[in-house]
Design a protein around this ligand. Structure first.
Ligand code: ADP
Ligand code: ZN
Length: 297
């Protein structure tokens, strides 16, 4: 049985055909331009295969509330031409298969849970630190969904004493995303984040902000495992810094071996690397097919 998966991003749509275990058999990368051009490329790719279900992990915000008249839409994105776009409906009409939609980070969390670093657990938190910052949480085998999907990248933090950068979030200025995303690093230091030396002070400040965010996530949702991916985390020197700072911030309050002795196994990079999202999208495609259009997630 073939399933389809899409990792829908602001710069590219990664499309894959695979099986219900998230194994990728074919893939294609299509640039995100206008909706018509991009999605006709996507449909052409999938028409080469007899897929039976499709899962999409998308940039957002997206409307995931099945009771809502705009369920399945990309909603208030600033990305031109994609605002209030009925993504699920368009794909269902074009491909005649059940379509499941979730956020890009939720899909990555599913991928890591079923096939990656959190395999065998009933939940994990997946955070991306890239062009934006976002996170998806699975707890007790369900994706966390309330009025909407979580927006964990926009929390407020305590300022690092050496940081007077105003922040780049158009809504909140100095929220986590405004201070610690890839574009925030570039704006603060005047060069792309990948060009900053590993010994640069930038990484101390970055680790401080990410550790503060993790402290709040640990205290509020108590994730079974924390997986941090995204372009900025290619700076692997961040991992030991974040772990150490998180332990300092928590100050022994959370008395669990995961946070104390085994933190190296608790806060980790994605085992699936850049494939976490597409793997999760395929798994979502299989779930949506089993539930005849209604995903359990
Ligand atoms: P996106 O978030 O758009 O899906 P990425 O997760 O690759 O894509 O994140 C892109 C961001 O990550 C950019 O701001 C880029 O500067 C930053 N980035 C990419 N590679 C590195 C690196 N090796 N070190 C630090 N930052 C990086
Ligand atoms: Zn913000």
């Amino acid at each position: 049985m073939y399933l389809g998966g899409i990792e829908a991003g602001g710069t590219k749509f990664v499309c894959a055909v695979g099986d219900e275990n998230g194994n990728v058999l074919a893939r294609e990368r299509i640039a995100t331009t206008d909706t018509k051009t991009t999605l006709s490329g996507v449909v052409d790719f999938f028409k080469n295969f007899k897929i039976e279900g499709l899962g999409i992990g998308s940039f957002g915000p997206v409307d995931l509330n099945r009771e809502s008249p705009t369920y399945g839409y990309i909603t208030s994105t600033p990305k031109q031409g994609w605002t209030n776009y009925p993504l699920v409906q368009t794909m269902e009409e074009a491909l005649h298969v059940p379509v499941g939609l979730t956020t890009d980070v939720n899909a990555a969390a599913l991928g890591e849970l079923y096939n990656g670093a959190a395999k065998g657990l009933d939940g994990c938190l997946y955070i991306t630190v890239g062009t934006g910052i976002g996170a998806g949480l699975v707890s007790q085998n369900r994706l966390l969904q309330g009025l909407s999907h979580p927006e964990m990248g926009h929390i407020l933090l305590r300022r690092h004493p050496d940081d007077d950068f105003e922040g780049i979030c158009p809504y909140h200025h100095d929220c986590l995303e405004g201070l610690a995303s890839g574009p925030a690093l570039e704006a603060r230091w005047g060069k792309p984040a990948n060009e900053l030396p590993v010994t640069h002070k930038a990484w101390e400040i970055e680790a401080d902000y990410l550790a503060q965010a993790l402290m709040q996530y640990v205290l509020i949702v108590s994730p079974k495992k924390i997986i941090i991916g995204g372009g900025v985390m290619k700076q692997t020197q961040l991992f030991p810094k974040i772990r150490e700072k998180l332990q300092k911030l928590l100050a022994g309050y959370i008395d669990l071996s995961e946070v104390k002795e085994k933190i190296d196994e608790y806060i980790i990079p994605p085992a699936l690397g850049d494939n976490a999202g597409i793997t999760g999208a395929l798994i979502l495609g299989s779930q949506v097919l089993k539930n005849k259009g209604i995903s359990q997630f």
